[in-house]
Structures are given as C-alpha cells and as structure tokens.
Ligand binder design. Sequence first.
Ligand code: MG
Length: 217
Amino acid sequence: MTMTALDTEDRTMLNTGLDPSNLKALIGALSATMSAHADELTALDAAIGDGDHGYNMKRGFEALVAEADALSAKPLGEALKAGGMKLVMTVGGASGPLFGTLLMTLGKEMPAVPDRAGFALAFRKAVDAVAARGKSEIGQKTMLDVLYPLADALDAGQPMTTIADVARSAADGTVALVASRGRASFLGERSAGHMDPGSRSMVLITETIVDFLEKNA
Ligand SMILES: [Mg+2]
C-alpha cells in the first residue's frame, strides 16, 4: 500500500468516523463497554489496587453520555478537551486525571483536519503528557504500557485493523510486570501475575473506537 493510499484511507476513517455527528454514538458505545466491563475492571483493581477502577470508569463515561449533545456540537478538538475535563471531575481516583490529561492534550494538539500523521503526532504528545502528569514511564505496569505501543503503531502507519491487537498484546505484557508506580507498587513482587487495570481499560477503549470506526467509516 502506498503512503498516499494509507493517508487517504485513514483520513476518511478519522474524519467520517469521528465527525461530530458520530461522536454522540461513539460516546454511547464507549459508555456501554465500560458498563459491561465495570465488574471485570474492578476485580483487576481489587487484586492489586483499591478495587474501584471499573465503577470509576463507568461513572466517568456515563457523565460523558449525559453531555453527549453538547460535546458533539463542538469541533473535535474542543469536544476532546471538554470530555477530558469531565473525566477528571467524574472518574476520580488516580486514573481520572490521567485519562483526562490524555483527552485534553489530544484535543489541544489535534489538527483541524486530522490526517494519519497529524493524529499520530497529537496522540504521542498526549501520551507524553500522561507520563509527565503521572511522573511515570513505560515498564512500570501502568496505562503507559499500552499507550506507548499504540503511539508507536500509529507512528509506523499500522493499519487500523491491527491497532486493537497491539493494545491487547501490550496489556497482556503488563501481567508479568512488577508495579513500580501507583498503588499496585505497594505490593512489590506480589503485583506480578495480574493485568494492570488501566491498561485493560485502554484496551477496551481502543477496541470500541476501532470497532466503531470500522462500522462507521
Ligand atoms: Mg483504584
């Protein structure tokens, strides 16, 4: 596939799939995913954290659904910033500010016409902002262990169809890691053998977005 073909294909996906008229439906799909997996995420967090992650994420995405009309009336960048702010206020815990930072930075950096390269650059800046906010880096059993592989895959121009696989295998990789950041780090070696809940959330979000783009692009 030529670079031009890839650019054209992905521009179509990003513009059509994430255009404001579809944003409301995407928010609904994300909220449904988080509700369906709230118990699973909370069980993961109970194993190595404080057992609130699933319910926190469910609450955050329900808050986005409540604002979906207002969000979808905004340009994409503004919608991401406002949605990120809402997640900071509603998810709480350690991950609220991190998921919020991801969305807010993505919104700030998103080009007016988000082609593949522009989106990839904005996404990497957003991941770097999460790392700075959490004073964390890759390999510490946090959501960064999925976010950086996703950023690399987007930089490399990997097709949309493989992006969810990248996220899933990256999250699988967190199982063996010993946490050195976040509440799970208090467990030391005993944090190994469990998937990082934030990484699992990021897989669920990625799968839902990719599925949505494939159906709506
Ligand atoms: Mg927690």
